[in-house]
Write a protein that binds this ligand. Sequence first.
Ligand code: SF4
Length: 291
Amino acid sequence: MREAQYYNKHEDGKVECELCPRRCLIINNHLGICKVRKNIDGTLYSMNYGHISSISLDPIEKKPLNDYKKGSKVLSIGSIGCNLICEFCQNWHIARAEFHETTPKELDLTPETVVQMAIDAVNLGNIGLAYTYNEPTVWYEFVYDTARLIKEAKLDNVFVSNGYINEKPIEKLLPFIDAFNIDLKGTDNTFYNRLTKADIDPVLQTIKLIVHSDKHLELTYLVIPGKNDDAIAFRYMINWLVNNAGTDFSLHINRYFPAYRMHISATPIESLMNLAAIAREYIPKVYIGNV
Ligand code: SF4
């Protein structure tokens, strides 16, 4: 574990985490909502620093990034924890895990070790490191330390995220990240409030920030039948994106499958095609995924 960045100490021993918009106020010996940041005697710690739950050399298209270094591979790592609580979470077994249920000791790695693994995989087509599988925001300190070393090794960093992060931490990380995939999970705040227990606005702000940084950006939209597949609301969201983020990003319209607490049947292909047709009226690079 490591002391966290971005928090305030209160006189009564509580700490307020400033990493993501939840701004958890955490009493001594308790965790934040992400279940991996803990107040220990008035100091906030990142408990999952260096804890690896998953590691794999993946095709870049699996992140998904369809328009960044096509055909390459990227060493992909993830930990545990997440700051959203999505009813339909496709990775709930690691996203909702608490730090004490974490991986065996032999999978506690240092940034230097992970970077060396990335370098060793270059001759297999690896371009760098992707922070993915769980939400990398709640792994911030390890991601930041590792991303800096990856850039020193002249490799690429890929950040696959829900975009629910405060402005200061994402601005500090931006110079080290080459490509982002951000999940846009619904068209409006009602969807976010009900099905992710969060707000949409910070996610939209993150998207704007990345666009204005000129970093490579792709968005992923998981279509859940009856929840976020309304054509009018979807068109409204696309209009917002075009007006605020332009059209220089790729959009992945992905098929949902039942997971975690959501048991609705998988998305009909026709629904994906209808939404993709709407998006293509405005955005040139639109892909249907998970089919
Ligand atoms: S990163 Fe975790 S502890 Fe910090 S505000 Fe977000 S959910 Fe709370």
